[in-house]
Design a protein. Sequence first.
Length: 295
Amino acid sequence: MTDNAPKNSLTLLGLGDMGTALARTWLAAGHRLTVWNRTAAKAAAPAAEGAVVAASPAEAVAANGLVVICLLDDATVGSALDGVDLTGKDLVNLTTGTPAEGRARAAWAEERGARFVDGGIMATPTMIGVPEAGGYVFYSGSRALFDTHRATLEVPAGARFVGEDPGHAALHDVALLSAMYGMFAGISHAYALIEGEDIAPKDLAPLLSEWLGAMGFFVGNAAERLTSRDFTTGVVSSLAMQTAASGTLLRTAEQQGVSAELISPYLDLMRRRLTADPAAHGGEDTAGAITLLKR
């Protein structure tokens, strides 16, 4: 990956699978990179590709104004940077964490004289540096920091700024991952149902993909209803009807010898919304059940 734009220098703390992928991409793009990793042996590959290896986090941070962090967890970030002078530094934290950790780490950085942006990586290491793979990173926190370094941050993957609240990158990350695991749960249950039957998983696969794609309308529909708080206008398949039909799903699972543990929680949520007030909620869209999840 080459271009005629000026190349920035940066520091990267952390050379796990994701950190190594980030390092290789920046190096391939011609950026000057200083790296540090607690296990020094992991720095050998980036060093062979031109990275400067720092002996300590303090040495790595001192080398550049932009410092990208991709460590195990928030506690590791605190441990690695304990006592390190961060005055005037721009910290971009790509370590997986919670919204609360992002906000606390932003305050911690600002107290030490640094600007801070938190990130949530929506990609696997193999997607880094491969634009056609569709990976990207959510960023939130200092808009000025993001704007200053956007070109550098976009080298490994697309960059999407989601607000100046430092917790919003992690919140977007976890929201999307939560939806993904919910989808995985349904797909897993579907495959379990056909185990032992004369139905090949590879034959069910295209049907699952097609059906899940068709049901994607629920994403936008739920967003509109949660915004308007109108769960009754234009309902096609009511909560009462879907709750009644859910019995068939549970009986089929029982008859097929399949645990319903992956789908029962959502069916129970719909039933709870309905039984709270059948007259008020029976004609609603199922999106109304979402309101029960907020404690």
